[in-house]
Design a protein around this ligand. Structure first.
Ligand code: SF4
Ligand code: SF4
Length: 298
């Protein structure tokens, strides 16, 4: 595990050194076991509804309600309390995308799922649309075994990525991934144009939606209306996305993404013109989007 973490590209927002990410004893004194949990979140969405229409934007169900950090933490704490009732005096700590432990690697080792060629953990019968979390305890538990891959010669996920972020199986380059671009404050014009084309507000799921192990739900996805969101005040926007993970890079980045997703939408033109009169990242992006609009009209 350590060798894999050390040799892989370090993506942004992961401040811990590989050694620390694989040292449960550093996170909890006397740690003997790490439990990996997966909570499915995809069932509310239908695969056929994965593309928003013009004037709407895509928010990955990963970042939808509820905010998975708290939701999964609550579930793991309940598990910890259950362990405590069985074994009084046990110590435990919980982490959900907020600590040094690499959730995917522990889920892989614990046999929660196998690692797909797109690097996601695929839980048998459930798929990869799962939130992961860890519980570290000083209780000694017998380990589960990793699962063998069921990918076979499939490569649908690798071919589904619009920006060619995969150079091959498990060879992922985060600098080519739109999910990362959406959290970046400095985007190139080419990156902006690609994000506009796909109308992404937060998150990107093409490489998961292509996987046959992700079983679609039967509910209709209701994608947010961009005009409505772009006319909201800062407080209203925060209230709309509260209890989700979509705001963690700040409302300016989110508003910039909304502007990019609104490119080409005639219904949003008035609000884009208003935003372009301001200053800063959002105004500059609105101006660039309007310029592209004008070029398309001519
Ligand atoms: S999240 Fe989107 S851009 Fe990133 S690898 Fe998957 S399909 Fe490609
Ligand atoms: S799409 Fe195919 S190769 Fe990719 S993770 Fe799913 S089963 Fe594996």
């Amino acid at each position: 595990m350590l060798r894999r973490l050390s040799s892989s590209h370090r993506p942004p927002y992961v401040p811990w050194e590989p050694e620390y990410r694989c040292s449960p004893q550093s996170w909890l004194q006397g740690a003997r076991s790490v439990l990996a949990g997966a909570v499915p979140y995809y069932s509310r969405y239908s695969r056929s509804c994965s593309s928003p229409a013009k004037g709407q934007g895509y928010v990955s169900p990963f970042a939808g309600e509820p905010d998975y950090h708290q939701f999964v933490t609550d579930k793991l704490v309940r598990l910890g309390e259950y362990i405590l009732r069985l074994h009084p005096g046990t110590k435990y700590t919980v982490q959900v995308d907020s600590g040094p432990g690499c959730e995917r690697l522990y889920a892989l080792r614990a046999g929660v799922g196998w690692q797909g060629k797109n690097n996601f953990i695929i839980v048998p019968g459930v798929g990869s649309f799962v939130w992961l979390g860890l519980l570290v305890t000083n209780l000694e538990l017998s380990p589960d075994l990793p699962l063998a891959s069921q990918c076979g010669d499939c490569d649908l996920c690798l071919r589904a990525c619009p920006t060619k972020a995969y150079r091959g199986a498990n060879d992922y380059n985060h600098t080519r991934c739109m999910a990362y671009w959406l959290t970046d404050k400095n985007l190139s014009p080419e990156q902006c144009a690609i994000l506009s084309r796909h109308r992404l507000i937060y998150g990107c799921d093409f490489c998961q939606l292509a996987c046959p192990h992700n079983i679609p739900g039967d509910a209709e996805a209701a994608w947010p209306d961009l005009h409505n969101l772009l006319t909201m005040s800062a407080a209203e926007l925060k209230a709309f996305f509260k209890n989700t993970a979509a705001l963690w890079r700040g409302s300016n980045v989110l508003r910039r993404n909304l502007v990019l997703a609104a490119a080409g939408s005639r219904e949003c033109r008035d609000v884009l013109e208003k935003l372009a009169q301001g200053q800063g990242m959002v105004a500059e992006t609105a101006q660039a989007v309007l310029n592209a609009f004008a070029e398309g009209d001519s």
